[in-house]
Ligand binder design. Structure first.
Ligand code: ATP
Ligand code: MG
Ligand code: MG
Ligand code: MG
Length: 472
């Protein structure tokens, strides 16, 4: 089954069950300044869940384009390292606004998976929120899933099996039940909740959220006017299951993109992680520009710039020393233009913006890489010094996560405190020179400023993540 057919069969299933098909909303949420990008299907329905907006329907179904490359849900650092994470992906979802609740939501999901697209029951596992006895009872007593396949999972902030879903720090949220697919013993990884759950054997395919609360900025939960349902299933993960491949990067759509990228960049190594990163990033880049984001130094524009520079660096790593990303757009348009006509409509502008941004970075990329190589040649120990990170950032336009990406490839760490100090010294110098304060500069027309809040070391994974916090 091709990705396009899977998308259609999902939409049709829920239309048959009384849902109205609602088109994907853009990646820049029009209704929510607290959110960097649309990161799930529910975003365009946020006000409906909160009871502040009425629609002429109480059941909806959509295939929503999503980006998780910044803000609360950020998978940028996962791309190229897991089989299942993209910065851009499509989320299939059905929604109930005060209409059906847990029982029907679970029954629909099970019917679609096991009857409509015929996934064998013995491949499926389920998790529920640890205190959600209702959901547990529905799975075990009504659907008939073996009790040892229904796992109770508690809160684990940031963990991959957190069964309390929230869009952001505030807004609609609630307990959820998730459906996992077992890719089989050839793949490393344990069932959800086990110590090696982050492996790629048991992959979460569908999350059913029982929207019951609105979280305010001090963390208080207020019950929503009507308990509702919000579900999300990654189209690419489902395609991997149905196409009998383990990695999302082996599905039809990614195979086409990876082939096109290999040809343009001039490599024969189709398994290269860099090609996966490029194939992933080109989708985020193309859809962000199509949805009106321009590469820039702040907020959404800076996230886009980081993604472009990261992708460009991976091309460079494969030996390509000219602008190439924009040449991938035709392949993307032929893979996705039918489902997203706006992509084809804006193709010319898209290629122009991207080419320009690539050319700009190419002027310094080569030199920056050389400086870094020289520095690494002299390196004692396993930490890239703060001054180097700062020089690359300030003079050569290397976003810190790009240097982090290179560091990770070589098992090195970044001295982020040293980088922060160098940043601070520069700020002090700038402040002394004029009264312009960099921190409060905000791009005109932006409703979100991204405040640089430093870096976080994820102890468990030994990697470094740049933190950008959105604020109203
Ligand atoms: P994971 O635990 O694997 O990171 P998640 O719990 O963060 O996924 P949800 O927020 O529940 O994901 O999103 C709903 C569904 O969207 C997931 O079940 C998955 O199928 C899909 N999905 C989430 N993040 C990604 C991603 N980065 N790339 C591709 N699909 C994704
Ligand atoms: Mg999860
Ligand atoms: Mg996640
Ligand atoms: Mg989930």
């Amino acid at each position: 089954m091709k990705s396009a057919d899977i998308r259609r069969s999902f939409l049709d299933f829920f239309i048959r069950h009384g849902h109205v098909e609602v088109p994907s909303s853009p990646l820049v949420p029009g209704n929510d300044p607290t959110l960097l990008f649309t990161n799930s299907g529910m975003v365009q329905f946020k006000e409906v869940f909160l009871g502040r907006e009425k629609r002429p329907y109480t059941r909806a179904v959509s295939s929503q384009r999503c980006v998780r490359a910044g803000g609360k849900h950020n998978d940028l650092e996962n791309v190229g390292y897991t089989a299942r994470h993209h910065t851009f992906f499509e989320m299939l979802g059905n929604f109930s606004f005060g209409d059906y609740f847990k029982r029907e939501a679970i029954a629909y999901a099970w019917e679609f998976l096991t009857e409509t697209i015929e996934i064998p029951v013995d491949r499926l596992w389920v998790t529920v929120y640890e205190t959600d006895d209702d959901a547990y009872a529905i799975w075990v007593n009504e659907i008939g899933v073996a009790p040892e396949r229904v796992l109770r999972i508690g809160d684990k902030p940031g963990g991959s099996s957190d069964n309390f879903w929230q869009m952001g720090d505030t807004g609609p949220c609630g307990p959820c039940t998730e459906i996992f697919y077992d890719h089989g013993p050839e793949v490393a990884g344990g069932p959800p909740g086990s110590p090696d759950e982050d492996g790629d054997r048991y992959i979460e395919i569908w999350n059913l959220v029982f929207m019951q609360y609105d979280r305010d900025s001090s963390g208080n939960l207020t019950p929503l006017p009507h308990p509702s349902v919000d579900t999300g299933m990654g189209l690419e993960r489902l395609a991997a299951v149905l196409q009998g491949v383990h990695s999302n990067y082996e599905i039809d759509l990614f195979r086409d993109l990876i082939h096109a990228a290999a040809e343009i960049v001039g490599t024969k190594d189709l398994d290269s992680a860099s090609l996966k990163v490029i194939a992933d990033h080109i989708r985020s880049i193309a859809f962000l520009i199509t949805d009106g984001v321009m590469p820039g130094n702040e907020g959404r524009g800076y996230v886009l710039r980081r993604v472009i520079r990261r992708a460009a660096r991976h091309g460079h790593k494969l030996g390509c020393d000219e602008a190439f990303l924009y040449r991938l757009i035709p392949a993307l348009v032929s893979a996705m233009g039918e489902a997203y006509p706006e992509l084809a409509e804006g193709q010319e502008n898209l290629e122009r913006v991207l080419r320009k941004e690539e050319m700009k970075f190419l002027e310094t990329l080569e030199k920056g890489v050389r400086i870094l190589e020289e520095d690494l040649g002299r390196l004692q120990g396993s930490t890239i010094p703060g001054e180097t990170i700062f020089l690359l950032y300030d003079t050569y336009g290397f976003p810190v996560d790009l240097t982090g990406d290179i560091a990770r490839e070589r098992g090195l760490e970044l001295d982020l405190e040293g980088f922060e100090r160098a940043m601070q010294e520069q700020r002090d110098r700038a402040r002394a020179a004029s009264h312009f304060t960099m921190d409060t500069a905000q791009a005109p027309g932006m409703d979100v400023a991204t405040e640089f809040t430093g870096y976080e070391r994820l102890e468990d994974e030994g990697r470094v993540v740049a933190l950008f916090r959105d604020h109203e």
